[in-house]
Design a protein around this ligand. Sequence first.
Ligand code: ADP
Length: 259
Amino acid sequence: PKRIVVKVGTTTLIYPNGNINLASIDELALVLTDLQNRGKEVILVSSGAIGVGLNQLQLNQRPISIPEQQAVAAVGQAELMDIYNQRFQIYSQQTAQVLLTRDIVEYPESRNNVINTLEELLNMGIIPIINENDTVAVDELDHLTKFGDNDQLSAIVSELTRAELLIMLSDIDGFYTDNPLKNSQAQLYQRITEIDDKLMEQAGASNNHLGTGGMASKLKAAKRVLDAQGSMILANGKQPKIIFDILNGAEVGTLFKGE
Ligand code: ADP
């Protein structure tokens, strides 16, 4: 694939104790820069604003009210970009911050503006780093709404930019027949060609408090990607170098690809 979207979850960026995982962010910067220099077009969709904000403000848990969460996210987003910029600069790679809301799906004019900006950034050899604009959109922060997490955002971005591959990095090796943390008999799916109700039932909730998506959200994203004739790989982001393995054709994670 030439054009690749990579989505990283909070667990790739933040340790369970709340500290920022600089080693992992550094590895991510190294890998994405390498791909960019080898002629790939790379877009990063990154969660983590709240996690970084909590760390920055020395809070040990996520506040309950939405405005407080938005405030934490606003602090964290700036800090997160600062960290990314520092790490990418080590490898002489320019990045850009792109904050999006769902109107890119509903309003053709907004959508075109986003597409034009992303195309131009890629054209200039810059890696766009995308997140939802939490000040404007509260869907992601609201655990009750179904739409709007970064899993969907990464699928929407893949669709808009006609990316050949979406690499979704999570804290788990792929999609299993059941939540492997609760059921040791769960089996990893290597390839899924379509999302049906049976798969949706096998998708359980997330069990970390910072991540918002859970597996159902990843399957929904996969469905969107499949509907747009793209493909997606769900893999473990513990070591972002896994992206090299994926692109070298190693059998890691779960591949979602139509027949
Ligand atoms: P991220 O923060 O990377 O977006 P999430 O925490 O939202 O990730 O989702 C990953 C979690 O989903 C896994 O750690 C696992 O506990 C849970 N999970 C539930 N059902 C499944 C399943 N069928 N296969 C894999 N993981 C599952």
